[in-house]
Design a protein around this ligand. Structure first.
Ligand code: NDP
Length: 322
């Protein structure tokens, strides 16, 4: 089978198409023939070595497809079942062996591509808006990179909750998408100062929560636009990592809260994985959550997919179709 392997960490060219044997399932595993693999920013962090994985490794944290073989102990899925997963390395490939307790069944009304597009970014948008900071009707949230993969889903979920969303994006085209997803106000943060704009929009009151995946270039200003006791949810660093930080700043900005969450801690039990994936699939099947899958690439085009993602050229979800 073909797979995208990283032998040495580095730029997009560090991803090589290699030929590997189709995996055989261990006793607790199922082998899945991938219909689609999700491309996520976390893949960039692993590829460049910001997050560590033993070398060599097959990249990719999200996939969906059909079960082709199961290990002796597996009872929860069978050959032919449509399944999806996230949070394990190895999805940029034609086949992957996955522990069965990490697989969820894809319900009717959700396609394989939709499932691959929803597991990581959809469940992230869900835990951010429902658990990390449980948004309430009438509250105001600032969502950075709102036309991105997580961004477009988070805006829709916040809007569905009845919150007011202020979105930041880099281009007019992205602004249109953010508005279409339900953002009430959109700031082109590459042209205008989002701190001043947010203060103006909120009449100086500030927002209840900032959802920040951009990190280095946005974090500090984001602290200045929170209401007293508001929350900064820093969940990524697409522009680079936030430098070391003195907690006294939280006091000075109004006894604000800071969390730096990760999806893994919000789907760590089987119950939570099933509940969260079920909630996201339910929103998709009911037409309440629209996935924007504009960019699909062949496995061999993984390098281009990463260049586009890092180059801020993409909107919504990117998929590799093995
Ligand atoms: P996106 O589709 O959001 O792509 C990244 C976006 O970030 C770009 O499109 C761009 O939007 C914006 N951006 C701002 N500055 C830069 C920069 N210097 N370089 C590149 N992009 C920049 O990616 P994902 O949806 O896959 O991921 C979004 C973020 O969320 C990532 O940081 C990721 O690590 C994080 N994440 C965290 C999770 C968690 O549980 N903690 C889980 C999932 C994702 P624009 O052009 O509008 O500025």
């Amino acid at each position: 089978m073909k797979a995208i392997q990283v032998k040495q960490v580095g730029g997009p060219e560090a991803m090589e198409v290699v030929e590997l044997p189709v995996p055989k399932p261990k006793a607790n595993e199922a082998v899945v023939k991938l219909a689609a693999s999700g491309v996520n920013f976390i893949d960039v962090y692993f590829r460049e070595g910001r997050y560590k994985s033993p070398l060599p490794f097959v990249l990719g944290q999200e996939g969906a497809g059909a079960v082709t073989a199961v290990g002796a102990e597996v009872k929860s899925v069978k050959v032919g079942d449509r399944v999806a997963w996230t949070g394990l390395q190895g999805a940029y490939a034609e086949y992957a062996a996955v522990p069965a307790d990490r697989l969820v069944l894809i319900p009717q009304g959700v396609s394989d591509q939709q499932a691959a597009a929803a597991m990581l970014q959809g469940m992230t948008a869900h835990y951010l808006s429902h658990d990390a900071y449980p948004l309430k009707k009438g509250e105001t949230a600032l969502v950075h990179a709102a036309a991105g993969g997580v961004g477009l889903l988070l805006v829709q979920m916040a809007h569905n909750i009845g919150a007011r969303v202020i979105a930041t994006v880099s281009t007019e085209e992205k602004a249109k998408l953010a508005r279409g997803a339900g953002a009430h106000e959109v700031i082109l943060y590459t042209q205008a100062d989002f701190e001043a704009e947010t203060k103006r929009i909120t009449g100086g009151k500030g927002v209840d929560v900032v959802y920040d995946s951009v990190g280095k270039t946005t974090f500090e200003k984001g602290l200045n636009i929170l209401r007293p006791r508001g929350m900064m949810v820093l969940f990524g660093g697409s522009s680079g990592a936030v430098p070391p930080f003195d907690p006294i700043v939280l006091t000075q900005k109004g006894s604000i809260f800071l969390t730096r969450p990760s999806l893994g801690n919000y789907i760590s039990t089987r119950e939570e994985l099933e509940a969260r994936s079920g909630a996201v699939f339910g929103m998709i099947a009911a037409g309440k959550l629209k996935l924007r899958i504009e960019h699909t690439y062949g496995l061999a085009e993984a390098q281009q997919a990463h260049r586009d993602l890092e180059g801020r050229k993409t909107t919504g979800k990117l998929l590799l179709i093995p």
